[in-house]
Write a protein that binds this ligand. Structure first.
Ligand code: AR6
Length: 206
């Protein structure tokens, strides 16, 4: 069972939660997959999503690639959820650590996922720690980027219909890092833009 560890109401009214558990069990309108640009869901959370949701998710993903080409960071793909409790899967492509401009690419994947969720009229969405597994993005830095990108999306998109955002963390080490960064972020959340956040990020983790 997935457990809510901490929760905060954003200045814009949405509930943001940090959850321990398995994203494939989330009964929300949409879950986010940490995908690659080919939507070849062979490992990590992507594999777990197809295993529980069914091959139909891989088949729909293959169709998406045929119709739209490779998936970019800023424009996630989406499919139905198959046998998952979630209605939709939004396939976000985070950066591979080492590719360059990783912070902005991760932020684009997060805000792109929220935008697609709004286009699909979702009111609840669950997101994993995109890029922090096979793609090797440092977990503490990713936590800062993901949390601040969520804040910024809602500050910008005031007409958003999303009411609940759940960051779902599977392994204990990710959980510990996200909770630590969350606490630092909350105590320093006078940093409101991504540019401010990135400028201050090394100081925050020193
Ligand atoms: N629920 C929630 N989080 C999970 C789950 C789960 N069931 N399983 C793993 N995680 P990763 P990436 C966490 O590697 O780094 C795939 O092959 C995991 O502990 O899934 O973006 C894709 O097809 C980690 O914290 O995604 C791409 O090729 C986080 O999910 C590539 O991996 C992300 O780890 C994407 O790599």
């Amino acid at each position: 069972m997935n457990t809510v560890l901490i929760e905060r109401t954003l200045p814009t009214g949405q509930t943001l939660q940090i959850v321990q558990g398995d994203i494939t069990l989330e009964a929300v309108d949409a879950i986010v997959n940490a995908a690659n640009e080919h939507l070849a869901h062979g490992g990590g959370v992507a594999w777990a999503i197809v295993r529980r949701g069914g091959e139909v998710i891989q088949q729909e993903s293959d169709k998406w690639i045929k119709q739209h080409g490779l998936v970019s960071h800023a424009h996630p793909a989406w499919t139905l959820g198959g046998a998952l409790p979630a209605k939709y899967v939004i396939h976000a492509v985070g950066p591979v650590w080492g590719d360059g401009d990783e912070d902005k690419k991760l932020s684009a994947a997060v805000t792109g996922s929220l935008r697609v969720a709004d286009e699909l009229k979702c009111s609840s969405i669950s997101m994993p720690a995109i890029s922090t597994g096979i793609f090797g993005f440092p977990k503490d830095r990713a936590a800062g980027i993901i949390l601040s990108s969520v804040d910024q999306y809602f500050a910008k998109v005031q007409e958003s219909g999303i009411r609940q955002i759940r960051i779902v963390l599977f392994d204990v080490s990710s959980l510990q890092v996200f909770v630590k960064v969350w606490q630092k972020y909350i105590s320093k959340n006078n940093k409101t833009t991504l540019a401010d956040w990135i400028d201050g990020i090394d100081e925050l983790f020193s």
